[in-house]
Design a protein around this ligand. Sequence first.
Ligand code: UDP
Length: 419
Amino acid sequence: MTAEPSTMGMLDRYAEHAGADAIEQLRQLAGLLTGLKVVHVNSTRRGGGVAEILETMVPLMQALGLDASWEVIEGNEDFFACTKSFHNTLQGKMLDISPSLLRAYEEVNAANAERLRPVLKAADIVIIHDPQPAPLLSHCPERRGKWIWRCHIDLSHPYRPVWKYLRRFLLDYDASIFSLDAFAQPMPHPVYLIPPSIDPLTEKNLPLDPATARRVLEEFSIDPERPVLLQISRFDRFKDPLGVIQAYRLAKEFVPSLQLVLAGGSAADDPEGQTVVMDVRESAEGDPDIHVLSSGHYSDQTINSLQTGADIVLQKSLREGFGLTVTEAMWKGKPVIGGNTGGIRLQLVNHETGFLVDTPEGAALRIRYLLAERSRIGQIGEKAREFVRQNFLRTRHLREYMTLMVALTHGNADRIELG
Ligand code: UDP
């Protein structure tokens, strides 16, 4: 299969951001996978991280000559109620799921298997994303290809009864992929760790002209002439917004011109989130230099503008899987002060590409240091961007998927040579 000129253009555009070497590596791996039928299956075409990844991953695979496709299973209300409960319980919530919801889960998978069987049977590689379509394999006993279960959620402390139920659908897979070591569970097949990534070609991550970033800051009454600290996150206790305010206050004693922006999605459907917003507003009261932006999910362009316009970005989480906002800010050349927890430890190198902190006092110290030595902001930011370029762009994510595919499809070869 030869790539269309338009998709060749797509590879060139990635090369502009990820570097020509990253694309060359992809082409070498792809040489061993030409025409390979790869089918991704998830449960939604739009919304959420998995769909966002597949939206670019599948065309990239096609551009490299793989015969890649993306199927979406169709469910009913009970099915999605069940899988939502899976999501919560697998990430630690203790809740039993009713037999009727579990029945809906199994029936929906059986019905989808009928519809998808020809595609799944013909595939060389099937990548099943998350628990929703996991039982499809049990309906394809005559499978030809290798099946991979790709888990995007934090399985470090699952509610055991639910995990035990789900695990039996996964036993026959050929491999599993988790995002981080801490998220993985033991499986009876090889387990691979592939961290998430950001896409350099989305509106959130493309270089933005400084005038636009400035205009957006001014629209929110933020003064672009004075130093700006930014944390973008849902209003959630684990993101520690009150700790961020404390750090800002400690630093402001030494840098009176400092401003703080806390921006996050709407908390309308999350009662706990609303309480956190109220606590944040109360804590910020009386300080016109604290900007709490909590009205709605901000657009890619707004997020990009805030990240581009900030001097220092905080992600002072107390618990975090992989904090996308950390990588997004580093990609914009910003020094990030992150909580010393979870995936953030992997995302930045302490003192080199940012700072890891355990307390508001620690964060305040780093803020003061950076604002006193402004040249360090640029130096750290430059290293941060390069670190993301090498480790956390979509192209690295794809390289690891393709390496795994080479291993699974050439596993018996004495030697594997890249062209
Ligand atoms: N985000 C956004 N608009 C908002 C708030 C957040 O687009 O108003 C994005 C943010 O840029 C990031 C994602 O939502 O890409 C949040 O992911 P992260 O891993 O940082 O945190 P999570 O919410 O998954 O814990």
